[in-house]
Write a protein that binds this ligand. Structure first.
Ligand SMILES: [Ca+2]
Ligand SMILES: [Ca+2]
Ligand SMILES: [Ca+2]
Ligand SMILES: [Ca+2]
Length: 347
């Protein structure tokens, strides 16, 4: 029965992505999590902003800018739900592992909801730029040593995608070396971590996790990185608080598939040096796709989303330097909102 289900899942993937052959890879057991002592414990409850669209309900933590909060009314976990409903929660489940590592000059900073912070990160401010029936835009700013991180989320509500632009700026007085950013995405599709299949779809820098979800069909969750990450590692469990891939380094380029695998993907960017005032921008797109309801293939969807992310990425590169000082953030971030968000919203 289980074999039959797996075979069905793989066929669905092939169909969705329009390729006809798949290779199964034997899953590697997940190594134990050996995390450093956090600087601050996880928050309880997890506080943040919740946004609901046509297909997605998302929750974003309001101090450090990752997915995973508790609904203040119901207490239910909300990170990324597709379709909407606690049974379909796919980030705030088990280990709430959507987060990131920022590093430079050997200093490491870290946040995931279930871990807390590492390396004396400081929350600065958050701002709901807009939350209308068609679009939500939200910015969370935090300080990681000499790096100021702006996590700018854009959620076109009629879509099943959330665009996150992470702007890392050197607010110190010296040039920083070996600047590094890793985004961690622990998809647990349909709230069941162990039965997901995972692959990396190289044409669009997308890590894809999928599973059969009762009553819904095959659901695909993906995260796209733009620009292309220097590395991806489906087994981030052993490197959630360090630079690099750790001892367990698992890749699986489509059509290879990690089957029945509780993946936790790390997208790694080596950003080089940052002079005072300079910044880097990284885009990650979080999306979901169901063959049952979609009129396109998954590959077409990924192509469209990736193109949108690249267009907007180029615009934010030009605009983001204006977001330098917290004192003037309303005007400057409104410019970002105007320059970027509306474009995405109309797609
Ligand atoms: Ca999880
Ligand atoms: Ca699952
Ligand atoms: Ca690893
Ligand atoms: Ca997982």
């Amino acid at each position: 029965m289980k074999t039959k289900n797996k075979s069905k899942k793989r066929k669905a993937m092939a169909l969705a992505i329009c390729t006809v052959f798949l290779v199964a890879v034997v899953p590697i057991p997940i190594s134990g999590m050996q995390l450093s002592q956090p600087t601050s414990a996880p928050r309880t409850p997890y506080v943040g902003e919740i946004f609901t669209g046509t297909y997605l309900k998302i929750g974003i933590e309001d101090q450090y800018g990752d997915f995973g909060v508790e609904d203040p009314v119901t207490g239910e976990p909300v990170g990324f739900q597709y379709p909407i409903g606690t049974a379909y929660e796919s980030l705030a489940i088990g280990w709430w592992g959507e987060g990131y590592v920022i590093a430079y000059d050997g200093e490491v900073f870290y946040h995931q909801p279930n871990y807390g912070t590492y390396g004396n990160m400081t929350p600065l401010w958050d701002w709901v730029i807009s939350d209308t029936p068609t679009k939500a835009e939200y910015v969370v700013a935090a300080q990681a040593g000499d790096i100021r991180a702006y996590f700018y989320f854009v959620f076109p509500k009629a879509s099943s995608n959330v665009y996150l632009y992470t702007i890392l700026q050197n607010t110190g007085t010296t040039t920083l070396s070996d600047v590094y950013y890793k985004r961690l995405v622990d998809w647990d599709v349909g709230s069941s971590p162990g039965t997901d299949d995972w692959t990396w779809f190289a044409p669009y820098n997308a890590a894809i996790a999928w599973d059969d979800v009762p009553g819904v069909g095959t659901v695909y969750n993906y995260v796209i990185g733009d620009p292309a990450p220097d590395l991806y590692d489906l087994e981030a469990w052993d490197d959630m608080d360090i630079v690099g891939v750790g001892a367990s380094y698992v890749t699986s380029n489509f059509p290879a598939v990690m089957a029945d695998y509780d993946g936790n993907v790390g997208l790694h960017w080596k950003l080089g040096s940052l002079r005072p005032g300079d910044y880097k921008v990284i885009c990650t797109v979080y999306g979901a796709f169901s063959s049952k309801t979609a009129s396109t293939s998954l590959a077409e969807e990924l192509r469209d989303v990736s193109e949108t992310a690249q267009d907007e990425y180029n615009k934010i590169i030009c605009i983001s330097e204006k977001a330098a000082t917290p004192e003037s953030k309303p005007t400057q971030l409104q410019e970002i909102a105007t320059g970027i968000g509306e474009q995405i919203g109309t797609k």
